[in-house]
Design a protein around this ligand. Sequence first.
Ligand code: MSP
Length: 639
Amino acid sequence: MNGKFYVTTPIYYVNDRPHIGHAYTTILADVLARFHRSLGHDTFFLTGTDEHGQKVQNAAEKRGVPPLRHCDETVVRFQELWKRLGITNDRFIRTTQAEHKRVVSEIMQELYDRGEIYKADYTGWYCVGCERFFTEKDLADGKCPDCGRDVSAITESNYFFRMSKYQQWLIDYIKSHPDFILPAFRANETLGFLKKPLGDLCISRPKSRLNWGIELPFDRDYVCYVWFDALINYISGVGYRTDAETFARRWPASCHLIGKDILTTHSVYWPTMLKAMGLPMPQTIFAHGWWLTGNTKMSKSLGNVINPMDMIDRAGVDAFRYFLLAEMSPGNDANFSEDAFIARYNSDLANDLGNLLSRVSKLTIRATGGTIPAPAEITDDDRELIAAVNDAIRTMEESLQSYKLDQGLDAVMNAVRAGNRYLEKCAPWTLAKQGDTARLHTVLYHAADALCRVAVLLAPVMPEKMAELLSVLGVAPETVSGIAALKTFPGVTGCTMREAIPLFPRIMEEEEKPAVKEARPAKSAPETVPAVPPVTIEEFGRIQLKTAKVLAAEKVEGADKLLKLRIEVGSETRQLIAGVAQSYSPEEIVGKTIVIVANLRPAKIRGVESQGMLLAAKAGKVLKLVTIDGDMPSGVVIG
Ligand code: MSP
C-alpha cells in the first residue's frame, strides 16, 4: 500500500435522489479511508457530483431554472446525506467548479494539439437517458443495450479521441496487472469487450443539441461529452495542472470504487485517456454489484428506490453502515429488504454484540466494582477465544486488500460469538459463587479484552457506537487508535468499566403496540405465580425505561381516551400518544415526570405518530401514572 491511500467514489448524477446504491459505495469508501488513516497511511478520499449533460439540462428546463441553480439546489441532497452518514471525505468535487472546468479544457486542448483528438462525421444511435452513442451492432433489439429504451439515429460532425490506438496496450496492461480490475471476473469481462475492435470515442456534443457542458477550447460550437468531463474529476480533484505537489503526492489513485454498470467507462475509456495524457494508471478499479429490491435493480425510473433516511431513522446510522457492508459480498448483487435488515441487526448487533457487552460489564461490576482485573494462568478456553479474535484481525486486514469487507466483518462477528460461547463455557457467575477469584478474573479479563479488540476492528464501520463501547470498557480511545495499535496494545487490565446502556436496542417486529402498558392485577393467578413467563435479566435489559417530563398535552380529536403529549427526554423532545385522557386532563399531566419505554419502535395511533409508551397502573377504571418519587431530570435510564 506504500503508505498512501487515495480512494474515490463515482461522482453521482446531481439530478438523482441518493439511494442505498449510492450510500453503499460512499460508505465502503469511507470505511476504507478510516481504516487506512488508522494505519497511518497518507489517505485522501474524494467524492462529488457529476453536474453537466443532457439530463441536468432537461431537468433544469423542466423546472424553469438555470442549470447551475438546479445543480446548486440538488447537490445538497448528497452533501446532507454524507454528513448524516458520517462520511469523512477530504474533498467534495463538483464538475461545475471553475478549477475542474479549466483542467478539462486544458486536457482537451493538449490532446487536440497532439493529434489525439480529431474531427469527423459520425452516424450513431443515441440514448438520451444514458447519454451514450451506440453502433448498430451494439443495440439490443433496436433499443439501448443498457437501459432498453428507444434510441434515435443521429449524424453529425464531432470530435473523437483516438481510443482505438490503445486497444492492444490496454489488453496487455490488464493481463499483466491482476489487481488493476477487481474482482477478477470483471477484468475478464473487460477483456471480452476488448475482443471486438475498439472504436474511437466521440467526446463532443454540438451546442445546437446540448449546451450544458464544458466548451471545447478549439471549437466553441461544441461542449465536452459528459463522461470525458466526469472521469477527469479523479485527477482534477487532487491538483492535476493546478497543484503539482499535491498531484504527485496523491496520484495514482489506490482504488476507484464503482458499480458494475459503469465498468466500461472506467476500465476502457479512463485508462486510455490517462495513457494519452502520459499519466500512470490507478492501482485498482473495483466494481461492486447492485443493490436489488425484489431482485430488480434499484433505480429512480423503476420506482423501487429505498431511501436511506428511512432505515437510519429506524436503527441509527452505525447499524445502517454495518448492514450494508456486512450484507453485500461486493463482487455480487445483494437484495435489500427490511426483514433482512431487522434480522441481521437483531442477531449480530442486538443479540451477539450487545449481549456480550452487557454481560461482561455487569459481571465485572459485580465482581470488582468495575476495574478490569489482571489475568492469571491461561487455559485452552482462553486460547480459543484469543485465536478467534486474532483470526478476525487477520481477516479484516486481508479484506482491506481484497475490498471484501463482508468477510472481515464476518470474522469479527465470529469472534463475538466465540466471546458469548466462552462466557457460557467458563460460567463466571459460577466461579464467583465458588469463590474462584483467580479464574473469575482471568475470564473477565479475556472477555473484556476481546470486546475491546472487536470495537477497534468495527470502529471504521460503526464509529460512534464503537466509541461508546470503548468508553463503557473504560479504554481511552487513543491507546487503541486502530488495527495496527492492536499489535502492541498491552490489554485492558486496570481500565474502569461502567454499566452498559443497550448499544443496539432490539427492533420489535410487530407494527403497532398499545399506547399504555397497563399493569393489571393477575386475576385468578395466585400471587406467587407470575402471569407471564419469567424473563432473564438480559431480556429485561433490552427494554430501555427512561424518565421523561411532560411539556405539553392536548386531546386527540375524535378519540376520547387519548392525549397527545410533548415530552422531554434528556436533550430530545418527543411526541407520545397515551390512553390516559379519562383519568388525566391535559392540565393535570403537564409538568409531571413520568416513566416511558424509550426504545419502543414508533407506531401510528389513530394516524398520529407515538414515539414511545408511558407506564401506568390500572385497576378497574382507576388509572395512575408511574411517576418518580422526588426530583429527577428527564432522560435518566431506569433499571
Ligand atoms: N455520474 C456517473 C458516474 C461518473 S464517475 C466519473 C454515474 N452516476 S450515477 O449516479 O448514476 O451512479 C453512480 C454509482 O451508483 C454507480 O457506481 C452505480 O453503479 C451506482 N448505483 C446506482 N444504482 C445502484 C444500485 N442499485 N446498487 C448499487 N449501486 C448502484 O453513473
